[in-house]
Ligand binder design. Sequence first.
Ligand code: UDX
Ligand code: UDX
Length: 458
Amino acid sequence: MSNYDHILCIGAGYVGGPTMAMIAAKCPHLKVTVVDINEARIAAWNSDDLPIYEPGLDEVVRAARGRNLFFSTDIEGGIRDADVIFVSVNTPTKTFGQGAGRAADLQYWEKTARQILAHATRDKIVVEKSTLPVRTAQAMERILNGNAKGLRFDVVSNPEFLAEGTAVKDLEDPDRILIGGHETPEGRRARRVIADIYATWVPRERLIESNLWSAELSKLTANAFLAQRISSINSISALCEVTEADVDEVAYAIGTDSRIGPRFLKASVGFGGSCFKKDILNLVYICRSYGLNEVADYWESVVAINEWQQARFVRNMLANMFNTVAGKRIALFGFAFKADTGDTRESAAIGVTRQLLAEHARVVITDPKAIENAKADLGDQAGLVEWQEDPYAAAAGAHAIAVLTEWKQYKDLDFGRIFAGMEKPAFVFDGRNILDHQRLFEMGFNVFAIGKTPLKHF
Ligand code: UDX
Ligand code: UDX
């Protein structure tokens, strides 16, 4: 047993909850406690109805909860008890003051650091799990180590690369675990403590150690590169639509080049999720603050293309539905920002819905997991929308269907039945390219997919 047996995580969100559940499940010798200021969220983690939907997560939580995995609102007690504290509180985009709309809002992070300092009674390792601007650790160290208690805090950066919908798989079998720390004896020791936790189940060669700043910047860079691939293929999708090229064929052709690789080349209505936009804007802000305006412009265009792609999708609907959707029933299939999650943060569906409502369309939304979150996202406008669990009910009497999330079950729907119940001409706008377009066309639908030649009967 090491002296680092008590692990605490502050922030029981999409990252903190699953990550700690996996650590506890794999490391029965460690006591893992997850705390959060949100009482309802903690109550949900302690119930049979977890606060987030993630395939396989129930089993992982059930294996460890009550044994060596605990969820609590006792942040102070948790801090006192812990040897290692992961901080996984949210770092949203700042909405006020300098850097508004771009910079990361670090107020929760700093508040958490001060909380750690206030309640700590012995030395600790503090692990940055949240995505943070490069060099945040420096500020954290100044706050934590400028204390009169004589305590020592070693800050380690251990960014999380899990993707929602595949969190359990990503945690169980990660491509790599990145651990950044200072190149000092204490920094290396702290890094090793964290590496040893993961080495319980992750092969050592996948544990990458680096300096702190490289680890912080690698997380932002990874997300920027992933998002950039989507914006790149989405930009080409527009060109495909006017040249009779097919974006899926282009993506396949370029993806077989081993230097490019096949993943993250799926054209879509636009990327969403809590990270991509926020992290790129944060990168842009950091670049500008160092006077690197060309670098900032380069990355900012990734976000601009994404917003353009979403707006283009609605423009396309309007243009093809005779320039008006006012009073027309439009069924949105899927609201989650991707399949297999109930998360809707930054989902393209939010913008699409708002734009359709602004055009006075009668919007009906269906999604197997995300309806509650979708209602919250739309706020006042949620009342203008009809909500349907059942996609058939959503499509009944509709003029158009727009697929916004690539839920597998949408592929297997009986589109003959759907077509029979729709207004004519019936339209399908496939924002995820998951349906069999030719078949739908032959049934009578007018089909518009991303990066494909439209299939229309008029
Ligand atoms: C994560 C990362 O932490 C973030 O940096 C990354 O960029 C996005 O993903 P996530 O887990 O998705 O965040 O965020 P969220 O689900 O909002 O969870 C954060 C939790 O921290 C919330 O439950 C919130 O209540 C909690 N919190 C926030 C605290 O416990 N204390 C605070 O002071 C602030
Ligand atoms: C992302 C990163 O992948 C993960 O490593 C990081 O820790 C958090 O941010 P996440 O946002 O959960 O994860 O999902 P991801 O699978 O990356 O998808 C993001 C968005 O891009 C989704 O809206 C998805 O539908 C879209 N996407 C993804 C595409 O449009 N095309 C693709 O080829 C891939």
